[in-house]
Write a protein that binds this ligand. Sequence first.
Ligand SMILES: Cc1cc2nc3c(=O)[nH]c(=O)nc-3n(C[C@H](O)[C@H](O)[C@H](O)COP(=O)(O)OP(=O)(O)OC[C@H]3O[C@@H](n4cnc5c(N)ncnc54)[C@H](O)[C@@H]3O)c2cc1C
Length: 104
Amino acid sequence: MVGDAVAGFNPVYGQGMTGALLHPSCPAGCLRKGADPRAPAQAYFAHVKVVVDAAWEVSTLADLAQPHVTGPYPLGYVLARRMADRTARASVTDPWCTNGSSTW
Ligand SMILES: Cc1cc2nc3c(=O)[nH]c(=O)nc-3n(C[C@H](O)[C@H](O)[C@H](O)COP(=O)(O)OP(=O)(O)OC[C@H]3O[C@@H](n4cnc5c(N)ncnc54)[C@H](O)[C@@H]3O)c2cc1C
């Protein structure tokens, strides 16, 4: 299972295709660690969970910033929100962030 069959996100955050591309890299990681391809795939789903949880955290953080949402807010929300805002702002104002350090 990969892509939307694993987890579907709100399309407004544009995460679905990235997830669909990252999920197939998870079995490679498992197989490199010696997983038996004929055995049940718990190790694969443990890897996929990391990818899904990271994307989910980003989109729920943005959901919590909606003006009509009143919480509950998770521990560390204010700090995470501030970091996310600064990263988003830098992505459109800072050439180093936009182009990557390799071009500088
Ligand atoms: C309106 C909208 C906007 C989006 N915008 C973005 C965006 O900006 N950025 C982003 O990253 N993601 C976006 N997404 C999400 C993204 O499109 C999906 O996450 C991504 O396409 C999932 O890929 P997938 O291969 O898992 O599924 P899909 O792309 O849905 O592919 C599944 C394929 O299986 C086929 N299929 C289904 N059943 C069968 C069957 N029984 N036999 C044979 N074939 C079958 C379907 O026809 C389809 O072609 C958006 C989604 C929507 C709905």
